[in-house]
Design a protein around this ligand. Structure first.
Ligand SMILES: N[C@@H](CCC(=O)N[C@@H](CS)C(=O)NCC(=O)O)C(=O)O
Length: 206
């Protein structure tokens, strides 16, 4: 049995649940983190030393770090679909997954926290402005990459669309100014229409 630990409101848990659904895997998701708590127990820290979500348990194989989990599930259960067999196509998918983890994810977190998780009277306008501008720059980069491309790593849907799609979801649904990015919008709308993405994309931000 596959178990996924983490509340579904987490962007990083959503990546893993979406990937598992795309792969047609049966799994149990256990609510921990946020108001559910449960991340500080010795048992949980034994699985995830950072006390974060998500954590995967695939029949006793324990893995943390959302992008690593999506890579593992894709390689293990989705060779030739989520996991590109062609090494150059996989390189392309990998680079956008790393770009999410090191660029767009960190750039979008401050404005997300300010507008969604910080009371209005405690917000810092400069943090909001700077983070919004950083996201706009990265959104334009993504838009340029998607010019003439159906998906992030080429013509077919791969693990990279899940990872970048989750951060694009956050960006497109935040109440902030955004540049016009028609390629991002066209690509994102195809992701949001996928059966496995229902309840994952275009959900209320909390
Ligand atoms: N690099 C980690 C980051 C994990 C992370 O920051 N998770 C957040 C939720 S998105 C968390 O555990 N927050 C504490 C909580 O939900 O209680 C990953 O990608 O898995």
């Amino acid at each position: 049995m596959i178990k996924i630990w983490g509340r579904i409101t987490s962007i990083n848990v959503r990546k893993v649940v979406w990937a598992a659904r795309e792969l047609g895997l049966e799994f149990d998701r256990i609510d921990v983190g946020g108001a559910f708590g449960g991340l500080d127990t010795p048992e949980y820290i034994g699985m995830n030393p950072n006390s974060k979500i998500p954590t995967l348990d695939d029949n006793g194989y324990i893995l943390s770090e959302s992008n690593a989990i999506v890579r593992y599930l894709s390689a293990q259960y989705g060779s030739g679909s989520l996991w590109p067999e062609d090494t150059r196509k996989r390189g392309e998918a990998d680079r956008w997954m790393d770009w999410q983890a090191t660029e767009f994810g960190p750039a979008s977190t401050p404005v997300f926290w300010q507008l969604i998780r910080t009371p209005e009277d405690k917000r810092d306008p400069k943090v909001i402005t700077d983070s919004t501008a950083a996201c706009a720059r990265l959104g334009r980069i993504l838009d340029h990459a998607l010019e003439g491309r159906k998906h992030i790593a080429g013509d077919t849907f791969t693990m990279a669309d899940i990872i970048v799609g989750c951060v694009a979801d956050r960006w497109l649904n935040l109440p902030i100014d955004r540049p016009d990015t028609p390629n991002v919008r066209r690509w994102f709308d195809t992701l949001a229409a996928r059966p496995a993405a229902q309840g994952i994309l275009n959900q209320p931000l909390v």
